[in-house]
Design a protein around this ligand. Structure first.
Ligand code: HEC
Length: 229
């Protein structure tokens, strides 16, 4: 299924909210018309209808307002925080960040794309980390992972299927002195509920990330290089 460039989650939640709102408008309009008709026909019946109008329409309005607000609030992935306090909103707009490189994990059969914010991209172009320098403060690198599927149009091609997670690493030495200045965050996507949730029980999850990324300490803890294009 092709989704827009905005968050798929936002798109679906907004559609649900629209549908709820539309139902609400239709029910309100129907009740109003019925009430007007009965006012003209019979005053006594009308009084009963009027009571019904308030007993049905008012609670219904309240219920639908709560529901649609709930849907709209629940959809905001940028309100999520990793257990170490890093907010998803720290990469707001990452959907259009520049590509550093794709990658493929054979054991997970997963396609990934690695993106960088402008500070990160500039650093690569200056020769970091190959020149021995560290990435500057504010450098942020994102990895998006998808399960794979065979292209229906061209079976020799593999294409992204279902979004798995969005994760990122941000350089802020003051905030993350114990991990060489890098802060780690991962948000796992659940296609069934169309929602993201933060990875890790508590702040110590970042140690797991850091430990493995220490394999590339010589590259300032970042695996991905910036290939020629
Ligand atoms: C067992 C090893 C391992 C662990 C644990 C791990 N990573 Fe990575 N990570 C990698 C490898 C290998 C890559 C290179 C690209 C790939 O695998 O797709 C990578 C790449 C990345 C990238 C892209 C930047 C780069 O270094 O290339 C981000 C962002 C990232 N990981 C975030 C995380 C976060 C957040 C965690 C913890 C929640 C984490 N990683 C845990 C191995 C690991």
């Amino acid at each position: 299924m092709t989704r827009g460039i905005t968050s798929p989650r936002n798109g679906r939640a907004v559609r649900v909210a629209h549908a709820i709102f539309l139902c609400y408008v239709v029910i309100r309009a129907w009740l109003y018309v019925t009430l007007q008709l009965c006012i003209q026909l019979n005053k006594e019946v009308c009084m009963i209808m009027k009571k019904r109008f308030f007993s049905v329409a008012v609670p219904l309005t309240a219920l639908l307002s709560v529901l649609s607000t709930g849907v709209l609030i629940a959809q905001d992935k940028y309100a999520l925080k990793a257990p170490n306090g890093i907010s998803f909103s720290e990469i707001r707009g990452y959907e259009t960040w520049q590509v550093i490189a794709p990658s493929y994990r054979t054991e997970k059969k997963e396609l990934r794309v690695i993106l960088g914010n402008p500070i990160m991209i500039r650093a690569y172009k200056e020769g970091i980390p190959g020149n021995g320098k560290a990435f500057p403060e504010g450098s942020t690198i994102v990895k998006i992972g998808w399960s794979e599927r065979t292209s229906a149009a061209f079976p020799a091609a593999i294409e992204p299927d279902v979004l798995q997670r969005v994760e990122f690493i941000v350089k802020d030495t003051k905030r993350f002195p114990d991990t060489h200045g890098w802060g780690y965050a991962r948000f796992v996507y659940d296609a069934k509920t169309d929602t993201f949730s933060p990875y890790g029980k508590d702040a110590s999850f970042a140690q797991e990330c850091y430990q493995c990324h220490t394999l590339v300490k010589a590259k300032n803890f970042i695996f991905t290089g910036y290939p020629q294009r």
